[in-house]
Design a protein. Structure first.
Length: 402
């Protein structure tokens, strides 16, 4: 049995084409959805015969390493680079890593890595080719990194610029022409091993009594906009909420929950490993994600595969994420400043079995369109031509924008 992909396997015409060829999936500090998608892709590349690695600039202390991972993460430095000496160590060790490893291809993510990797590769590993990727809108990056990205992303050693949604891709429209010409959109998906788990959990949930519980999965930080959800919860009377994740805003959110008298109905459950988190997610009745912005949320895809009705924020990337290929709206979008509208959307689903059934069926429709097979084929299609001496198989065309 294929350990990564479970019962179903990705077709493998490339397995013997690139033996030992090195592809590094690189991130700044590897958390949240980026960590999950990079881990899934690296393991998929590994199964296809690539020498795949997972590398971050530095680790975050809150990260849980799942015991089921085939490939583990390594880091350029062992902790957050504090002060001038920490940043100097990061620069020095990244240069040493490039000279030692000399990977053929690096696929980077997150703003800092997208800037540093092409620059350091060009100097210390000139034959390395880089694919940078955007998992959030570029207009929310720190201004300095966004400016530097214009230059490093336009460099000749950058072969492609991937966005995880068309909405994210559109935020690159003001980049230089050399940058824009490299753009491609590759939507996120989850591997069949996780799909199988989600389907089992979905079927098990059919037999449990319906409750009035919403579920949320995301870092406790400002982009996730948990404050809006807490205010909306205060406008309901018998709805519970389980929130998975941790982050810098946890103390503020707990205080807000106490102030609004929600301690018996709203629960911050902290970080869990992926399988435990999915089990908790499956125990909900509605999935809520009112983020200020997203790229293409893995948590939303997971919730859709569980058949949970989806309530999201009315921002471009979220509207795109809940819209099926035929244009069907498969979830409810609520304006960011409409706490009462969010409360109404949640209660309307919980109060009406027909509404719950409708939005559950639409979520499953959306879920069927997100396939890991297509995801990995598109990344392999970008990567294979960059591998020296590799045969170049006929691959599906990558959806591109520019």
């Amino acid at each position: 049995m294929n350990r990564l992909l479970g019962r179903r396997t990705v077709s493998t015409p490339w397995r013997t084409l690139v033996p030992g060829r090195s592809v590094v999936f690189f991130a700044s500090h590897a958390h949240g959805g980026v960590r999950e998608i990079w881990t899934n892709l690296a393991e998929g590349f590994h199964e296809l015969g690539f020498k795949a690695q997972l590398v971050g600039l530095y680790p975050l202390p809150s990260i849980i390493e799942p015991p089921t991972n085939i490939l583990g993460w390594s880091y350029v430095i062992p902790g957050t680079p504090a002060g001038i000496s920490g940043k100097f160590r990061l620069v020095r060790d990244l240069a040493l890593w490039m000279m030692r490893e000399k990977p053929e291809v690096i696929i980077s993510s997150m703003p800092a890595a997208n800037v540093l990797v092409p620059f350091f590769a060009r100097i210390f590993s000139p034959r390395t080719r880089v694919i940078i990727s955007h998992h959030s809108p570029a207009n929310v990056y720190k201004p300095g990194l966004n400016v530097l990205d214009r230059f490093t992303g336009s460099a000749r050693n950058v072969a492609a610029v991937v966005s995880v949604s068309n909405s994210v891709n559109a935020t690159l429209d003001d980049k230089p022409a050399a940058y824009r010409a490299k753009r491609a959109t590759i939507h996120n998906a989850i591997p069949p091993r996780i799909e199988d788990l989600l389907e089992r959990l979905r079927l098990e949930a059919l037999d449990r009594p319906q409750t009035r519980k919403i579920v949320v999965s995301g870092r406790l930080e400002w982009p996730k906009n948990h404050q809006m959800l807490i205010r909306a919860m205060a406008l309901t009377q018998d709805v519970e909420a389980d929130v998975l994740g941790c982050g810098a805003d946890e103390d503020e959110l707990r205080a807000m929950i106490v102030d609004l008298g929600l301690t018996d109905r709203m629960h911050l459950l902290g970080n869990r490993d992926r399988e435990d988190a999915l089990k908790l997610l499956s125990m909900g009745d509605v999935f809520v994600q009112v983020s200020l912005f997203e790229g293409h949320s893995l948590a939303l895809i997971e919730a859709a595969k569980l058949g949970l009705p989806l309530v999201v924020s009315n921002v471009p990337s979220q509207v795109e994420a809940i819209t099926a290929k035929d244009g069907t709206r498969c979830g409810i979008a609520v304006d960011l400043d409409d706490d009462a509208g969010l409360a109404r959307a949640i209660v309307s689903i919980l109060d009406d079995p027909e509404q719950r059934k409708l939005w559950s069926e639409r979520a499953l429709k959306l879920a069927r369109e997100a396939t890991f097979d297509q995801l990995i084929k598109q990344y392999v299609a970008l990567t294979t031509p960059l591998i020296r001496h590799a045969e170049r198989p006929v691959m599906p065309a990558v959806e591109s924008a520019g």
